[in-house]
Design a binder for this molecule. Sequence first.
Ligand SMILES: C[S@@+](CC[C@H](N)C(=O)[O-])C[C@H]1O[C@@H](n2cnc3c(N)ncnc32)[C@H](O)[C@@H]1O
Length: 191
Amino acid sequence: MPLHVEQAAALSGVTAAVGDARALVEGEASYDAVLALGPLYHLIDRADRVQAWREFGRVVVSGGVIAGAAISRFAALNDGLRQDLIGDPSFLHVVDADLNDGRHRNELNVPGRFTTAYFHHPDELAGEVADAGLRLHCVLGVECTAWLVGTLPVLLDDPVRRGLLLGWLRRIEAEPTLLGASSHLLTMAHR
Ligand SMILES: C[S@@+](CC[C@H](N)C(=O)[O-])C[C@H]1O[C@@H](n2cnc3c(N)ncnc32)[C@H](O)[C@@H]1O
């Protein structure tokens, strides 16, 4: 978003520019790490996502880390359950589309609902990484099941309970049977 990039660029020590993940202007092997915290879940077509992964691999140094954020196929369903939206017909329509093919749309422009996006099945990420010629390190659940807990903000404000929670999350973050329950996934890959 140009305004945010402009604000970031004004910070001391920060270089920022608007770009498209599918066609980065940066040269080959020009960064130690790539954090792709947005594009992968806004590129609806698989070919575009693989192209973006290819670009991340091109600009990172050999062995450098690439972290790509994705949204889980089941995020809107779980969020709706959490918010008691289950009887809302407009919501049912959105979840139905998500579960069918991961293409999430807010066609009725309901305020507060997420925009056009692609919601990954956790098992898909390894294939995208491989098709881009990269080496998968791991797929992690960012929140795992903790985001479904109504008291999460209170829990995070308490240093002792926050420490315990983060300890448990570290133990389950790579558990394949829980990945789909996390709203966000982080895929770590190498060139
Ligand atoms: C939900 S925002 C997350 C932004 C940021 N990571 C954060 O947590 O605040 C998704 C971001 O992905 C960016 N994005 C979408 N498609 C993109 C593309 N093809 N290339 C680069 N960025 C893209 C959007 O501009 C937006 O900034």
